[in-house]
Design a protein around this ligand. Structure first.
Ligand code: ACO
Length: 462
């Protein structure tokens, strides 16, 4: 049997989000929402979205080719490629097969893996598959590559400001700077109708917004309890929020992240964990007799636990919120964009730290898992990952569009979804050099992409 690989995890990352966005403040005014509803109520600053020349395939082509180029990875050295996405463009052909265009031209067709789909969780499933592969007897010594790609768009109404779009690529292998603590992992899976996409000719989901919030928190509680129990058995002492430097959440909108972290603090209180001091105990004790169900409905508990959690939130969560607040919900990419924000903000001080991540996909599937970080070695070092992702520059160079233009683009995209026989404007003036874009969908629904600044596009089939 092959020796098990050590320190398997994330070696390298690249993030791509569209250069087009809308300020939440202007959307608020345009939608006739009360002032502060999207910015303070949901906690969001800005929302990224694809125009008619971008989609989940073009974004993932951009993220993958940029990762390979910037870390100087030979495409032949990738042995597994997994994609997580809930944006369905084709009910059979995986996004992974579109990405094969990059590898085929280098002579590599020997790459395992396909797409994983369950709402915002598919990326986590893809990531676990790749990590498990590298740790397994089937590993052939090459890299795993995970891509999370989604365009989150909602019909007009209260969910619309919780959209977003991005693709993230992550290279997986042994001796990584971001290592999976695979034994510290807990899942909660259930059958619920909180957010789903049964309307196959529309990109928009059917959402029960309130239910989705509760399902998220129920899954969070369940995962945290199981994770604490597992940790206790393994380490012989209690787990609390004090045992991780940072907590990273799937981020549909920032307010839910604030509430989620406060929920972990409330969990620590009910388990009488040492992280809870006397003053916090005093504030939370009026809620100790609430039943589990009642605790999800209590607005007072929500308020008080957020107050108690605030200083810990500022320290352990706030550094993870930059990209989700600026780009919005990126579905499968959301959790990893939050993690990328942490690397961007704190890469100099992360070595030796534990980071706990919570992945949630409606329907529902959720896992809480732990990562241990070390500086690593160039090019697979925390500081190089932060420098390659270049988050500050990417955010700064975006173009803010008006709400009217955004609505017009959404209308066009509704029309284009599932359509054939059209060419796009091919207007890539707002795209950075090296970005892939959609040029055409032909009469047989075949999609064609080009790369800005490249002489030849990916004219597969043409
Ligand atoms: N100033 C400040 N805050 C305000 C204002 C204002 N003028 N107006 C409203 N608010 C607050 C509300 O009090 C509320 O905050 P609270 O929860 O702390 O009380 C918040 O803004 C949201 O307002 P609501 O009226 O409660 O909710 P709304 O009808 O706008 O819907 C929702 C919000 C449910 C999140 C909706 O956007 C949605 O359905 N989104 C998609 C589903 C989703 O993201 N679910 C999360 C998990 S599943 C997933 O990831 C897809």
């Amino acid at each position: 049997m092959a020796a098990q690989q050590k320190n398997v995890g994330i070696l390298a990352m690249e993030i791509y989000f569209p250069p087009t966005c809308i300020q939440q403040e202007t959307m608020e005014a345009h939608d006739g929402a009360s002032k502060g509803k999207y910015t303070i109520g949901l906690g969001q600053d800005c929302m990224g979205f694809c125009t008619e020349v971008e989609d989940v395939i073009s974004m993932s082509l951009t993220a993958v080719s940029s990762l390979l180029e910037k870390y100087a990875i030979d495409p032949k050295k990738v042995g597994r490629l997994e994609v997580g996405s809930e944006t369905v463009i084709d009910k059979s052909k995986s996004i992974k097969t579109f990405l094969m265009q990059i590898f085929e031209k280098c002579g590599n067709t020997d790459i395992e893996g396909v797409d994983s789909t369950n709402a915002c969780y598919g990326g986590t499933a893809a990531l676990f598959n790749c990590v498990n592969w590298v740790e397994s007897a089937s590993w052939d010594g090459r890299y795993g590559l995970v891509v999370c790609t989604d365009s989150a768009v909602y019909a007009e109404g209260p969910a619309r400001p919780t959209g977003g779009a991005a693709a993230i690529a992550m290279l997986i292998g042994p001796d990584a700077p971001i290592v999976f603590e695979s034994k510290i992992r807990a899942s909660h899976m259930a059958h619920v109708y909180d957010f789903y996409k049964p309307i196959l000719d529309s990109e928009y989901p059917v959402v029960d917004g309130k239910l989705s919030q509760t399902c998220y928190l129920v899954a969070l509680d369940s995962c945290y309890k199981i994770l604490c129990n597992k940790y206790e058995k393994l380490e012989g002492n209690q787990f609390s929020i004090a045992d991780a430097a940072y907590f990273v959440f799937h981020s549909p909108y920032n307010k839910l992240v604030q509430k989620s972290f406060a929920r972990l603090v409330f969990n620590d209180f009910t388990r009488n964990a040492s992280s809870i001091d006397e003053s916090a105990k005093e504030k939370l004790s009026p809620f100790s007799s609430l039943s589990h169900d009642e605790s999800y409905q209590s607005r007072d508990l929500e308020k008080v636990s957020q107050q108690v959690a605030k200083p810990f939130y500022d320290e352990k969560v706030q550094p993870t919120t930059l990209i989700p607040k600026q780009v919005g919900n990126m579905y499968t990419a959301s959790l990893y964009a939050a993690f990328a924000s942490l690397l961007h903000n704190k890469h100099n001080t992360l070595a030796g730290q534990r980071v706990v991540l919570f992945s949630y996909g409606s329907g529902s599937t959720a896992t809480m898992f732990s990562l241990k970080l070390n500086e690593g070695q160039h090019p697979f070092s925390l500081s190089n990952i932060a420098s390659v992702m270049n988050v500050k520059e990417k955010l700064k160079s975006r173009n803010e569009l008006t709400p009217e233009k955004f609505v017009e683009i959404m209308k066009l995209m509704e029309h284009r979804y599932g359509a054939k026989d059209f060419v796009t404007s091919k207007d890539c003036s707002l795209l950075a050099p090296g970005t892939y874009y959609l040029t055409e969908v032909d009469s047989k629904y075949r999609r064609f992409y080009a790369k800005k600044g490249a002489e030849n596009g990916l004219a597969n089939g043409h």
